[in-house]
Design a binder for this molecule. Structure first.
Ligand code: PMP
Length: 348
């Protein structure tokens, strides 16, 4: 059975986290002499001399309405990259525990694990980029603290079969982390709706993709209040700065504008999905639920260099398992996509 107390690192379970001045004092006062800030002000706006809310409640309240999740089930990180790192540091004992990855997938899971001296076990996806459940069952051992899944997956673009993910959630009693960075570009239902059902589920999302806020560095983890509480103990106290918090609060009012951008990007993705396969240089366009396409070509290195010569930079994923001779191409503006198509048409 799932047992959070056994899963978490003992030092984190027993940790008394840093308590910031603003954490200890929750009321309103007139005179703040508790945090050694600059009482005179700042060269910028008035409130930038003060430390930000460590738990970012104003943002979580707004996200709660958008996502249909209680604010206590939300963790905010300095990008979802920080959520990944905090998860690993909360649950994995360096040199002892391991995580399981399903390549080809997002690179930071392995980098974060390696920085923390946490072993990585790899169970490649099948040829159609789906989970290999028997191999996963084989790979998991008593020291496997979490399995990272990415759906829609980077760099392949496809969503993982829902039934297979549910099978993992039901049969594996470590954490199942589902990275949904690209979920807004897909028709799949988010696993955020299933949090109550699975105590071992962590869903990651980000404001860096559909929301168009990559520069602000804000990522989200959704999970049980207990898991979120542990992650809050581990994160740096002020991990989301006040400038980002201010701008995110403003941006979260623009759901309609974001939905319109998603609509345009999906439409552009469909145009590229239709037109790219007709070009001699293109061998295969993999189906995508994201804002990028994985495209197999005859000689990826040559095509990459050719495009670069024309000022167009894409990502060569040839070195990645199951992605031989494949380029990952982000969906651009209509004009950028047309420029890409024209350039590829002229390749010989
Ligand atoms: N997860 C996936 C699958 C990604 O592709 C990326 C960004 N490339 C991230 C997480 C990290 O996003 P963030 O900007 O929120 O750190």
């Amino acid at each position: 059975m799932f047992n959070l107390n056994e899963l978490v690192r003992p030092n984190i379970r027993d940790l008394v986290p840093y308590s910031s001045a603003r954490d200890e004092f929750k009321g309103t006062a007139r005179v703040y002499l508790d945090a050694n800030e600059n009482s005179l002000g700042s060269p910028l706006m008035k409130w930038y001399n003060r430390y930000p809310d460590p738990l970012q409640w104003a943002i979580k309240e707004k996200l709660s309405l958008i996502k249909g999740v209680d604010p206590r089930h939300i963790f905010l990180g300095n990008g979802s990259d920080e959520c990944i790192d905090v998860l690993i540091r909360t649950f994995c004992e360096p040199g002892i525990d391991n995580i399981v990855l399903v390549p080809p997938t997002y690179g930071m899971y392995e980098v974060s694990a390696s920085i923390n001296n946490v072993k990585v076990k790899k169970v490649p996806l099948t040829a159609d980029f789906q989970l290999d459940l028997p191999a996963l069952e084989e790979a998991v051992d008593d020291f496997t603290k979490m399995i990272f899944l990415c759906s829609p997956n980077n760099p392949t673009g496809n969503s993982l079969d829902r039934g297979a993910v549910e099978a993992l959630l039901n049969n594996y009693f470590g954490l199942v982390v589902i990275d949904e960075a690209y979920i807004n570009f897909s028709r799949q239902r988010s696993f955020v709706a299933d949090l109550a059902e699975y105590p071992n589920l962590v869903v990651l999302q980000t404001l860096s993709k559909a929301w168009g806020l990559a520069a602000l560095r804000v990522g989200m983890a959704f999970s049980s209040a207990e898991i979120i509480g542990l992650m809050n103990k581990v994160k740096p106290p002020y991990n989301i700065n006040q400038a980002s918090q201010d701008l995110v609060l403003k941006a979260l009012d623009e759901v309609e504008q974001v939905n319109e951008m998603i609509r345009v990007l999906v439409q552009e993705r469909q145009r590229l999905e239709k037109e790219l396969p007709g070009l001699p240089v293109v061998q295969k366009v993999f189906p995508s639920d994201a804002n990028f396409l994985l495209v197999k070509v005859a000689d990826a290195r040559r095509v990459y260099e050719y495009l670069l010569n024309k000022g167009i930079v894409v990502r060569d994923r040839s070195s990645v398992v199951l992605c031989e001779d494949s380029l990952r191409i982000t969906i651009g503006t209509e004009a950028e996509n047309t420029e890409l198509l024209d350039a590829l048409k002229q390749f010989n």
